[in-house]
Design a protein around this ligand. Structure first.
Ligand code: NAD
Length: 260
Protein backbone atom coordinates (compact mmCIF):
# COMPACT_ATOMS: atom_id res chain seq x y z
CA UNK A 1 0.00 0.00 0.00
CA UNK A 2 2.99 2.34 0.36
CA UNK A 3 4.76 1.76 -2.94
CA UNK A 4 6.52 4.95 -4.07
CA UNK A 5 6.14 6.58 -0.68
CA UNK A 6 8.90 7.57 1.71
CA UNK A 7 8.85 7.29 5.49
CA UNK A 8 11.13 9.03 7.98
CA UNK A 9 11.12 7.38 11.40
CA UNK A 10 13.07 9.12 14.17
CA UNK A 11 14.68 6.89 16.77
CA UNK A 12 14.45 3.81 14.57
CA UNK A 13 17.75 2.10 15.31
CA UNK A 14 15.92 -0.10 17.83
CA UNK A 15 12.61 -0.92 19.48
CA UNK A 16 9.31 0.54 18.28
CA UNK A 17 10.90 2.80 15.67
CA UNK A 18 12.77 -0.02 13.97
CA UNK A 19 9.60 -2.14 13.92
CA UNK A 20 7.72 0.78 12.30
CA UNK A 21 10.44 1.25 9.67
CA UNK A 22 10.33 -2.48 8.87
CA UNK A 23 6.51 -2.46 8.67
CA UNK A 24 6.51 0.48 6.24
CA UNK A 25 9.26 -1.13 4.16
CA UNK A 26 7.20 -4.33 4.12
CA UNK A 27 4.38 -2.31 2.58
CA UNK A 28 6.72 -0.96 -0.10
CA UNK A 29 7.92 2.39 1.29
CA UNK A 30 11.48 3.63 1.11
CA UNK A 31 12.65 4.48 4.61
CA UNK A 32 15.03 6.82 6.36
CA UNK A 33 16.11 5.40 9.69
CA UNK A 34 17.64 7.51 12.45
CA UNK A 35 18.94 7.17 15.97
CA UNK A 36 21.91 6.42 18.15
CA UNK A 37 23.79 3.17 18.59
CA UNK A 38 26.76 1.09 17.51
CA UNK A 39 27.50 1.94 13.85
CA UNK A 40 27.89 -1.72 12.84
CA UNK A 41 24.53 -2.64 14.41
CA UNK A 42 22.80 0.29 12.68
CA UNK A 43 24.30 -0.73 9.34
CA UNK A 44 23.11 -4.32 9.90
CA UNK A 45 19.56 -3.08 10.59
CA UNK A 46 19.61 -0.77 7.55
CA UNK A 47 20.96 -3.46 5.21
CA UNK A 48 18.38 -5.96 6.52
CA UNK A 49 15.49 -3.63 5.65
CA UNK A 50 16.82 -3.15 2.11
CA UNK A 51 17.43 -6.89 1.65
CA UNK A 52 14.25 -8.19 3.31
CA UNK A 53 11.81 -5.87 1.55
CA UNK A 54 13.59 -4.79 -1.67
CA UNK A 55 13.18 -1.08 -0.91
CA UNK A 56 15.70 1.70 -0.38
CA UNK A 57 16.78 2.31 3.21
CA UNK A 58 19.15 5.05 4.29
CA UNK A 59 20.42 6.16 7.69
CA UNK A 60 20.68 9.64 9.16
CA UNK A 61 22.56 10.25 12.42
CA UNK A 62 20.57 13.45 13.10
CA UNK A 63 20.54 14.29 16.81
CA UNK A 64 16.97 15.04 17.93
CA UNK A 65 18.23 17.65 20.39
CA UNK A 66 19.43 19.80 17.45
CA UNK A 67 16.80 21.65 15.36
CA UNK A 68 19.20 22.14 12.42
CA UNK A 69 19.92 18.40 12.26
CA UNK A 70 16.20 17.60 12.39
CA UNK A 71 15.59 19.92 9.41
CA UNK A 72 18.52 18.21 7.64
CA UNK A 73 16.93 14.78 8.30
CA UNK A 74 13.74 15.78 6.47
CA UNK A 75 15.78 17.45 3.70
CA UNK A 76 17.80 14.23 3.29
CA UNK A 77 14.61 12.20 2.79
CA UNK A 78 13.27 14.68 0.24
CA UNK A 79 16.58 14.92 -1.63
CA UNK A 80 17.09 11.13 -1.68
CA UNK A 81 13.59 10.01 -2.65
CA UNK A 82 11.75 13.13 -3.86
CA UNK A 83 9.31 13.29 -0.95
CA UNK A 84 8.69 12.54 2.70
CA UNK A 85 5.12 11.24 2.89
CA UNK A 86 5.14 9.64 6.32
CA UNK A 87 6.80 11.02 9.43
CA UNK A 88 6.96 9.08 12.68
CA UNK A 89 8.22 11.12 15.61
CA UNK A 90 9.35 8.27 17.80
CA UNK A 91 12.76 9.08 19.32
CA UNK A 92 12.50 9.19 23.07
CA UNK A 93 14.42 8.94 26.30
CA UNK A 94 13.37 8.48 29.92
CA UNK A 95 14.79 9.88 33.14
CA UNK A 96 13.51 8.86 36.56
CA UNK A 97 14.11 11.13 39.56
CA UNK A 98 12.23 12.95 42.34
CA UNK A 99 11.47 16.44 41.07
CA UNK A 100 13.72 18.21 43.57
CA UNK A 101 16.70 16.18 42.33
CA UNK A 102 15.71 16.29 38.63
CA UNK A 103 18.53 18.24 36.95
CA UNK A 104 17.74 21.05 34.53
CA UNK A 105 19.97 19.34 31.95
CA UNK A 106 17.92 16.12 32.09
CA UNK A 107 14.66 18.09 31.92
CA UNK A 108 15.89 19.95 28.85
CA UNK A 109 17.08 16.74 27.14
CA UNK A 110 13.81 14.86 27.72
CA UNK A 111 11.70 17.80 26.52
CA UNK A 112 13.98 18.33 23.50
CA UNK A 113 13.98 14.71 22.29
CA UNK A 114 10.46 13.64 23.30
CA UNK A 115 8.58 16.84 22.44
CA UNK A 116 10.43 19.67 20.68
CA UNK A 117 11.97 17.33 18.09
CA UNK A 118 8.46 16.47 16.87
CA UNK A 119 7.66 20.17 16.44
CA UNK A 120 10.84 20.76 14.42
CA UNK A 121 10.28 17.70 12.22
CA UNK A 122 6.60 18.48 11.59
CA UNK A 123 7.26 22.08 10.56
CA UNK A 124 9.94 20.84 8.14
CA UNK A 125 7.81 18.09 6.59
CA UNK A 126 4.46 19.87 6.19
CA UNK A 127 5.25 22.14 3.19
CA UNK A 128 6.12 19.13 0.99
CA UNK A 129 3.11 17.12 2.20
CA UNK A 130 0.80 20.07 1.46
CA UNK A 131 2.26 20.49 -2.02
CA UNK A 132 1.62 16.81 -2.80
CA UNK A 133 -1.76 16.70 -1.02
CA UNK A 134 -1.04 13.61 1.09
CA UNK A 135 0.67 12.96 4.38
CA UNK A 136 0.71 10.90 7.54
CA UNK A 137 2.23 12.19 10.77
CA UNK A 138 2.37 9.72 13.63
CA UNK A 139 3.74 10.57 17.05
CA UNK A 140 4.76 7.89 19.52
CA UNK A 141 3.23 9.15 22.74
CA UNK A 142 2.65 6.84 25.72
CA UNK A 143 0.10 5.91 28.37
CA UNK A 144 1.96 8.73 30.11
CA UNK A 145 0.31 11.16 27.67
CA UNK A 146 -2.93 10.48 29.61
CA UNK A 147 -1.91 9.50 33.14
CA UNK A 148 1.12 10.18 35.31
CA UNK A 149 3.55 8.16 37.40
CA UNK A 150 5.76 9.65 40.10
CA UNK A 151 9.40 10.55 39.36
CA UNK A 152 8.87 10.94 35.61
CA UNK A 153 8.05 14.67 35.52
CA UNK A 154 9.80 15.52 32.25
CA UNK A 155 8.63 12.40 30.42
CA UNK A 156 4.99 12.81 31.50
CA UNK A 157 5.07 16.53 30.63
CA UNK A 158 6.60 15.81 27.21
CA UNK A 159 4.11 13.02 26.45
CA UNK A 160 1.10 15.14 27.51
CA UNK A 161 2.63 17.85 25.30
CA UNK A 162 2.91 15.55 22.30
CA UNK A 163 -0.80 14.68 22.64
CA UNK A 164 -1.65 18.40 22.51
CA UNK A 165 0.69 19.03 19.58
CA UNK A 166 -0.94 16.11 17.74
CA UNK A 167 -4.43 17.62 18.10
CA UNK A 168 -3.29 21.09 17.05
CA UNK A 169 -1.49 19.85 13.94
CA UNK A 170 -4.46 17.64 13.04
CA UNK A 171 -6.81 20.65 13.11
CA UNK A 172 -4.46 22.85 11.09
CA UNK A 173 -4.03 20.20 8.40
CA UNK A 174 -7.58 18.86 8.41
CA UNK A 175 -8.32 20.15 4.90
CA UNK A 176 -4.95 19.16 3.45
CA UNK A 177 -5.35 15.34 3.34
CA UNK A 178 -2.65 15.10 5.98
CA UNK A 179 -3.52 13.26 9.19
CA UNK A 180 -1.74 13.57 12.51
CA UNK A 181 -2.31 11.03 15.27
CA UNK A 182 -0.48 9.66 18.25
CA UNK A 183 -0.10 6.11 19.49
CA UNK A 184 0.04 5.60 23.23
CA UNK A 185 1.56 2.27 24.19
CA UNK A 186 1.72 0.89 27.69
CA UNK A 187 4.72 -1.26 28.58
CA UNK A 188 6.25 -2.56 25.35
CA UNK A 189 8.58 -5.56 25.28
CA UNK A 190 11.91 -4.18 24.04
CA UNK A 191 15.51 -5.24 24.73
CA UNK A 192 15.63 -2.26 27.07
CA UNK A 193 12.90 -3.77 29.25
CA UNK A 194 14.33 -7.29 29.07
CA UNK A 195 17.72 -6.08 30.29
CA UNK A 196 16.19 -4.53 33.44
CA UNK A 197 14.87 -7.88 34.66
CA UNK A 198 18.04 -9.53 36.09
CA UNK A 199 19.03 -6.40 38.04
CA UNK A 200 15.52 -5.93 39.40
CA UNK A 201 15.39 -9.62 40.43
CA UNK A 202 18.61 -9.14 42.38
CA UNK A 203 17.73 -5.74 43.86
CA UNK A 204 14.27 -6.80 45.06
CA UNK A 205 15.06 -10.48 45.70
CA UNK A 206 12.21 -11.44 43.41
CA UNK A 207 11.64 -14.22 40.91
CA UNK A 208 11.48 -13.33 37.20
CA UNK A 209 7.68 -13.75 37.08
CA UNK A 210 7.28 -11.54 40.18
CA UNK A 211 9.35 -8.77 38.59
CA UNK A 212 7.29 -8.97 35.42
CA UNK A 213 3.84 -9.04 37.11
CA UNK A 214 4.35 -6.94 40.23
CA UNK A 215 6.92 -4.38 39.06
CA UNK A 216 6.96 -3.98 35.29
CA UNK A 217 3.33 -4.80 34.59
CA UNK A 218 1.93 -3.46 37.88
CA UNK A 219 -0.28 -0.94 36.01
CA UNK A 220 -1.09 -3.10 32.97
CA UNK A 221 -4.28 -5.14 33.63
CA UNK A 222 -3.65 -7.77 30.93
CA UNK A 223 -0.29 -8.57 32.60
CA UNK A 224 1.16 -8.92 29.14
CA UNK A 225 3.57 -6.68 27.27
CA UNK A 226 2.65 -4.89 24.08
CA UNK A 227 4.95 -6.03 21.25
CA UNK A 228 6.80 -3.66 18.93
CA UNK A 229 5.14 -5.41 15.99
CA UNK A 230 1.68 -4.60 17.39
CA UNK A 231 2.56 -0.91 17.64
CA UNK A 232 4.04 -0.95 14.13
CA UNK A 233 0.92 -2.62 12.78
CA UNK A 234 -1.23 0.25 14.14
CA UNK A 235 1.18 2.80 12.64
CA UNK A 236 0.88 1.04 9.28
CA UNK A 237 -2.91 1.11 9.52
CA UNK A 238 -2.76 4.88 10.14
CA UNK A 239 -0.97 5.18 6.78
CA UNK A 240 -3.77 3.41 4.91
CA UNK A 241 -6.66 5.00 3.03
CA UNK A 242 -9.03 3.38 5.56
CA UNK A 243 -7.52 5.67 8.21
CA UNK A 244 -7.99 8.86 6.16
CA UNK A 245 -10.68 10.13 8.54
CA UNK A 246 -8.72 9.37 11.68
CA UNK A 247 -6.92 12.51 12.74
CA UNK A 248 -6.13 14.17 16.05
CA UNK A 249 -6.63 10.85 17.84
CA UNK A 250 -4.64 9.52 20.75
CA UNK A 251 -4.78 5.76 20.30
CA UNK A 252 -4.13 3.59 23.34
CA UNK A 253 -2.42 0.22 23.08
CA UNK A 254 -1.76 -0.38 26.74
CA UNK A 255 -3.34 -3.63 27.93
CA UNK A 256 -6.07 -1.63 29.69
CA UNK A 257 -3.69 0.61 31.71
CA UNK A 258 -5.56 3.88 31.09
CA UNK A 259 -9.00 2.27 31.50
CA UNK A 260 -8.33 1.81 35.21
P1 NAD B 1 14.38 2.49 22.39
O1 NAD B 1 15.35 2.99 23.40
O2 NAD B 1 14.54 1.11 21.84
O3 NAD B 1 14.29 3.52 21.16
C1 NAD B 1 14.53 4.89 21.29
C2 NAD B 1 15.14 5.38 20.01
O4 NAD B 1 15.38 6.79 20.12
C3 NAD B 1 16.49 4.73 19.70
O5 NAD B 1 16.61 4.49 18.32
C4 NAD B 1 17.48 5.81 20.13
O6 NAD B 1 18.74 5.72 19.46
C5 NAD B 1 16.71 7.04 19.72
N1 NAD B 1 17.23 8.27 20.32
C6 NAD B 1 17.45 8.56 21.62
N2 NAD B 1 17.99 9.78 21.74
C7 NAD B 1 18.10 10.30 20.48
C8 NAD B 1 18.57 11.53 19.93
N3 NAD B 1 19.07 12.51 20.71
N4 NAD B 1 18.53 11.69 18.60
C9 NAD B 1 18.05 10.72 17.78
N5 NAD B 1 17.59 9.54 18.25
C10 NAD B 1 17.61 9.34 19.58
O7 NAD B 1 12.96 2.60 23.08
P2 NAD B 1 11.47 2.36 22.56
O8 NAD B 1 10.78 1.73 23.70
O9 NAD B 1 11.41 1.73 21.23
O10 NAD B 1 10.95 3.88 22.49
C11 NAD B 1 10.45 4.51 21.32
C12 NAD B 1 9.37 5.48 21.71
O11 NAD B 1 8.30 4.76 22.34
C13 NAD B 1 9.80 6.56 22.72
O12 NAD B 1 9.24 7.81 22.34
C14 NAD B 1 9.19 6.06 24.02
O13 NAD B 1 8.92 7.13 24.91
C15 NAD B 1 7.92 5.42 23.51
N6 NAD B 1 7.31 4.45 24.42
C16 NAD B 1 7.96 3.31 24.81
C17 NAD B 1 7.34 2.44 25.69
C18 NAD B 1 7.99 1.15 26.18
O14 NAD B 1 7.49 0.51 27.09
N7 NAD B 1 9.09 0.71 25.60
C19 NAD B 1 6.05 2.72 26.17
C20 NAD B 1 5.42 3.89 25.75
C21 NAD B 1 6.06 4.75 24.87
Amino acid sequence: ILNGKTAVVTGSTSGIGLACARAFAGAGANVVINGMGVPADIETARAAIKRDFAVEAIYSPADMTKPSEIAALIALGEASFGSVDILVNNAGIQHVSPIEDFTAEKWDAVIAINLSAAFHAIRAVVPGMKKRGWGRIINTASAHSMVASPFKSAYVAAKHGIAGLTKTVALELARSKITCNCISPGYVWTPLVEKQIPNTMAARRMRRDEVINDVLLAAQPTKEFVTVEQVASLALFLCSDDAAQMTGANLSMDGGWTAA
